[in-house]
Design a protein around this ligand. Structure first.
Ligand code: R2B
Ligand code: URA
Length: 318
């Protein structure tokens, strides 16, 4: 892609990422193109995003829109233009803004999530945002917990049940820690425990780099190299290690945010109990209810944070 070199007009204002963490190479760019969102540093990022305090993300674009609508109506936040509209291009991701809340999807799996996290963190950095919390509101397979349970992650484990994200960079394997922010987790646990109708589990989340064999399923297209007994033995070992759900992003999400110094937590609906099977058999209505459970916990947590800080009243943009 060729870009006209125009003198830097945008006043870079690095606040979300501290000086020892932010990427100094960005200073050499005349313009930074946030390619997957169709935004650049020539856009009025400060005006558009300067008041953001919460980034809420999940896999699907539909759920990002649904969450934006729900958070606007539940928290009574007015959005100019008659409701949340996607910002930038929607070919890869869908980004919505509702007052101080961004709702954005990250696709499925850690590579897609990595792109979203880098570009949204840079966007917020250029916008001069401060005090932002990231929340992943996702779906997962429960381990010893029934469908509909909301699982709040304390720490993410990789597919070998190690508390780390492994990342290969220039042929070298590097590892990063994967704890969620303990303060945010404690607040979410407290909020959810007061929502009487929602079952909640707190524990570790295993992130797999696949939905079928990497999650020990026996219903993929190819003949697995393990059997039912081995699958159940692994799930029992994972449960014993504190794992309460399996999904595909928590390791990367927790590691990125920890490294960036951004407080972050992961709240996932369990769609099924993997100790009982592999197929997601719940009805569309049930699945919607399961996702709604996780979203409501986060919305209630945001409501309390906003009440503490009165951010809604101060928010200059919708
Ligand atoms: C949960 O659900 C998706 C797979 O169905 C994946 O993104 C995940 O982590
Ligand atoms: N998402 C996953 O990654 N695994 C499941 O079992 C269900 C949802």
């Amino acid at each position: 892609m060729s870009v006209n070199i125009i003198p830097l007009l945008y006043n870079h204002n690095f606040m979300i990422l501290s000086d020892d963490i932010r990427n100094p190479h960005l200073d050499d760019l005349d313009v930074d193109i946030l390619y997957h969102f169709g935004l650049t540093t020539f856009d009025e990022l400060k005006q558009m995003f300067g008041d953001v305090k919460f980034v809420c993300t999940g896999g699907s674009a539909d759920r990002a829109e649904d969450f934006a609508q729900k958070v606007a109506s539940d928290l009574g936040i007015e959005v100019p233009g008659g409701g949340p509209q996607p910002i930038g291009k929607t070919e890869r991701f869908s980004l919505y803004k509702v007052g101080p809340i961004l709702s954005v999807n990250h696709g499925m799996g850690q590579p897609s999530l990595e792109i979203m996290l880098n570009e949204i963190a840079k966007l917020l950095q250029y916008a001069g945002c401060e005090g932002v919390t990231f929340l992943r509101i996702g779906t997962s397979g429960g381990v010893g917990v029934e469908g509909g349970t909301v699982v709040i992650t304390e720490e993410a484990l990789d597919g070998e049940l190690q508390p780390q994200l492994a990342s290969v960079q220039l042929g070298k394997r590097r590892t990063y820690p994967t704890q969620a922010n303990a303060g945010v987790v404690a607040e979410l646990v407290e909020v959810s425990s007061q929502m009487g109708d929602i079952k909640v589990a707190v524990g570790k989340t295993m992130s797999a780099d696949g939905f079928y064999e990497e999650q020990g399923r026996l219903d993929g297209a190819l003949k697995p190299e393990y059997d039912e007994a081995e699958k159940l033995a692994f799930l029992a070992r994972a449960h014993e290690a504190g794992v309460r759900n399996i999904e595909m992003e928590a390791c990367r999400f927790a590691a990125f945010c920890l490294r960036a110094g951004i407080p972050a937590a992961i709240v996932c609906a369990a769609l099924l109990n993997r100790l009982e099977g592999d197929q997601v058999k719940s009805s569309v209505e049930e699945l919607h209810q399961f996702s709604d459970n996780a979203q409501r916990v986060v919305i209630e947590w945001i409501r309390r944070r906003l009440a503490q800080n009165e951010i809604v009243k101060d928010s200059p943009t919708g």
